[in-house]
Design a protein around this ligand. Structure first.
Ligand code: PLP
Length: 463
């Protein structure tokens, strides 16, 4: 069957067949060993605005906006047209010897939004390759400066930075590293900044002080001359929407500056609108990172694109070094892809012309409505910022213990919500909500209503 007919075919009930094909031929992300090659997940056939449609024709609110990415919503004709027009104009050019206009115009616009002196963009194929590129840049930077021993990377519990080798080595969520290898000689893990999990009786301020003290102690113990970078999500996303406690991140930034340690803000989730701004580092948290990584929302998920932004200061140091011909031997076939950059420009137009403002207007309502779920005994905490939030379930409010809880509580909530018309992103005992940014108040009410009912039904299951 021709590709175009196949797209139409799925809408004519051919979807069930594709589930069979997937079972026979598709490897999905994060499968368990016994399921690899046979696990097919719910078929999604279409999308419009904040909704997607499943294989049975059921309309669901896209609670996670794909994977935190469909920021301007599904089926935006403006974006589809730009991809078509750009592909007809120029579908690809060799990035080694040539360049294209959309990539340069986009870089200039990104630099205009980025904090501090972040001014140069290297485009990648997504978030993992963005983090990988930033880390390889740090290694190159220190080699060229004659500091080859300055390579250790500090990361944190609860972090998620990707699925390529080095980026995945930074991951600090339970299970991400249980059965996988990583560059353990290069990465040092610090504590998770999740204040909900702080010791009983400790204030949030004292918890933040403890994180800063741990950071300082680590720098002293390992030696600043061996540490190349700290990598952190301003808000840990997949770790359960963990907000930085107090001004801890600003203090870490200061320590990094004082010790010549690069501060890399991984904004793969938080950039391009999720917190109501193009970048959250500067405008929300008052940070001026040495590098920012981004992906996902840059194209609202319409095209695989990511990137890292690097500061003028670092580039100036490289230019001044004793090794002006040293090569940053790093490139990707699809870097600066003209179709990806063109759709990113159209996406940025939408963000700048209303979607960012709408996000800032909706965020307080979104957070307040979700917060009402704390009335339910299963819910230990609802936390969030902008249009991202996490509902964390506990076995017992007093102890905040998630451990005795049914391990599939998130999946149970997801299953009930699916039946009721909402897709949620289950993470063990947590449900993460990050809908398309175009969501309205009425749609937020629907979303929270369904989630409330899904959690209530789960409580009945567990009784
Ligand atoms: N960094 C963060 C903060 C992420 O949340 C993710 C993906 O969820 C990544 C990096 C990896 O991005 P990708 O899946 O596009 O490679």
């Amino acid at each position: 069957m021709a590709a175009a007919e196949w797209i139409v075919g799925t809408q004519n009930g051919q979807g069930a067949h594709s589930v069979e094909l997937a079972k026979r031929h598709l490897v999905q992300p994060w499968p368990e060993a016994g399921e690899i090659g046979s696990e097919a997940r719910a078929l999604i056939e279409g999308g419009e605005g904040i909704y997607i449609t499943d294989g049975e024709g059921k309309r669901l609110i896209d609670g996670p906006a794909g994977m935190w990415c469909v920021n301007v919503g599904h089926r935006r004709e403006e974006l589809a047209r730009v991809m078509y027009d750009q592909a007809m104009q120029l579908s690809y050019n060799t990035p080694w010897y040539t360049m294209n206009a959309p990539s340069a115009v986009l870089a200039e616009r990104i630099a205009g939004h980025a904090p501090g002196d972040l001014s140069h963009v290297f485009y990648t194929t997504g978030g993992s390759t963005a983090v990988e590129s930033a880390l390889r840049f740090m290694q190159f930077y220190n080699n060229v400066r004659g500091r080859p021993e300055k390579k250790l990377i500090l990361s944190r519990g609860g972090a998620y930075h990707g699925s390529t080798y080095l980026s995945a080595s930074l991951n600090g969520r339970p299970r991400d590293r249980d059965w996988m290898n990583g560059a353990d000689d290069l990465v040092v893990k610090l504590s998770s900044p999740n204040a909900f999990r702080r010791p009983a009786g400790m204030t949030v301020e004292a918890f933040a002080d403890g994180l800063v003290a741990e950071f300082e102690e680590t720098v002293q113990r390992l030696g600043a001359d061996r540490i190349g970078a700290f990598v952190g999500e301003p808000v840990q996303a997949s770790g359960g929407v963990v907000l930085p406690p107090g001004n801890y991140l600003q203090r870490i930034r200061g320590i990094c500056r004082d010790n010549d340690i690069l501060f890399i803000a991984d904004e793969v989730v938080t950039a391009f609108g999720r917190l109501g701004h193009v970048f959250a580092s500067g405008e929300v948290f008052g940070l001026d990172p040495d590098m920012i990584t981004f992906a996902k929302g840059v194209t609202s998920g319409y095209f695989p694109l990511g990137g890292m932004i690097v500061s003028d200061r670092l580039l100036a140091e490289l230019r001044r070094s004793n090794h002006p011909t040293a090569m940053y031997a790093h490139g990707l076939t699809y870097t600066s892809h003209p179709v990806g950059c063109a759709v990113a420009l159209a996406n940025l137009d939408l963000l700048e012309n209303g979607v960012l403002e709408h996000t800032r207007a909706m965020a307080p309502y979104f957070q307040a409505q979700l917060k009402t779920l704390e009335e339910l005994p299963l819910v230990g905490e609802v936390r969030g910022i902008g249009l991202m939030a996490c509902v964390e379930c506990v076995a017992d409010r007093e102890s905040r213990n998630p451990l005795q809880l049914d391990k599939n509580v998130g999946e149970r909530i997801d299953a009930h919500c699916h039946e009721l018309g909402l897709l949620v992103r289950p993470l063990i005992n947590m449900c993460v909500m990050s809908p398309p940014l175009v969501i309205t108040k009425e749609q937020i009410d629907d979303m929270v209503g369904i989630l409330r009912e899904g959690i209530s039904r789960t409580m009945d299951d567990l009784r």
